[in-house]
Design a protein around this ligand. Structure first.
Ligand code: AHR
Length: 343
């Protein structure tokens, strides 16, 4: 259950801590005391929820941030704090420490990578602040360091892609052909990268005629993927499949293929497999440029709220919650379906 509620004068806790903590620490000669001096009871009974987001590297991420913002509004009874880590774990650790010093009611963490969280999560636990992990997972020694996690089964997403590819090649009469796969990975060490990579690698190991031609680092962005795929295609065009670990990456690969004059998609030479199923990805899928888009749903705001409401009610939330997801191919899509999906 939540302890004392606190509030700062501004919405940006990071800036508040940066401004006031050194002064208060100087006056009191004690950092911890300084943090307490900052705390005041929230007069309005709002629950303070402080979110540390990975960044804004993809359409998926923007939709995820928006889902949090539109869920944790004052009208819904929340005071919401947000920090964008710009893809850096060290920024997230600093942000979490500031949230802890401020004594927020809940911390929500979308971690950049899985490892390296034990110390700061122990600090949150010692301060009595429940941490809810969302999207990617944390790999910690003691699972009690966080209250709950909600996100996708990333390995299953990879397995879905592999199963689809197997069937598709069969339908095309290519089941026994040599298949060379160019693999563009997301942010290294992120659960989504690890799971989707594992799914693919296991699939390749199970097919004697499949081969990973190269593994490139696309970092989940269009720009980086364009750069690495263009560089790769300048050396070799002998590719049957490009497996990109998110939609923005796939758009970067499309850019590089266009430039190299290589055809792709339902009527082309290269099969494109993507993840996320964002509006931009599905639009490319509907027109036949992307052959398969595996869903990774970013609308976690209401899911995190459910967990908070359970804790508020004195209940213990389920430790791990996997979101149900599907996949899309050009023949299963319509403009109406894309428009109705909300991200
Ligand atoms: O961890 C989820 C991944 O992170 C999404 O697939 C990607 O688009 C995002 O940046």
């Amino acid at each position: 259950m939540r302890g004392k509620r606190i509030r700062t004068t501004g919405k940006n806790l990071f800036a508040a801590a940066a401004l006031f903590l050194p002064l208060a620490a100087l006056l009191s000669g004690c950092g911890k005391r300084a943090a307490l001096d900052l705390q005041t009871e929230a007069p309005d009974g709002l629950i303070s929820v402080a979110f540390s987001e990975v960044g804004a590297e993809s359409d998926w991420r923007v939709a995820n941030s928006e889902s949090m913002r539109t869920t944790f509004t004052e009208e819904n009874g929340y005071e919401f704090y947000f920090e964008d880590a710009k893809g850096k774990q060290e920024n997230q650790i600093t942000t979490l420490r500031n949230y802890i010093l401020q004594g927020v009611d809940y911390i929500v963490l979308a971690p950049v990578v899985e490892t390296g969280w034990d110390e700061v999560l122990q600090e949150a636990k010692d301060a009595g602040i429940p941490v809810i992990v969302v999207d990617r997972m944390v790999d910690v020694e003691n699972e009690d360091l966080y209250a709950a996690w909600v996100g996708s089964d990333f390995k299953k997403e990879g397995e879905v892609a592999v199963e689809w590819l197997e069937k598709y090649l069969e339908e095309q009469g290519r089941a026994d052909e040599e298949i060379r796969i160019l693999h563009v990975m997301g942010t290294l060490g992120a659960s989504s990268q690890l799971g989707r990579t594992e799914g693919l690698e296991e699939g390749v190991a199970a097919h004697d005629n499949w081969e990973i031609a190269a593994q490139l680092q696309g970092d989940y962005t269009q720009a980086k993927t364009y750069e690495v795929v263009a560089e790769y295609l300048a050396e070799s065009e002998d590719i049957d499949v490009i497996y990109c670990e998110n939609d923005n990456s796939t758009l970067g690969a499309i850019q590089a293929l266009d430039e190299a004059g290589i055809s792709y998609g339902t009527d082309g030479d290269v099969i494109l497999i993507s993840f996320d199923a964002t509006t931009v990805g599905l639009a490319a899928c509907l027109e036949g440029s992307i052959n398969l888009d595996v869903e990774c749903n970013p609308l976690h705001g209401p899911r995190v709220e459910q967990i908070i409401l359970q804790i508020e009610a004195g209940e213990t939330p389920q430790k791990l919650t996997y979101v149900d997801e599907t996949y899309f191919t050009p023949d299963t899509l319509t403009e109406e379906l894309i428009a109705a999906r909300g991200y």
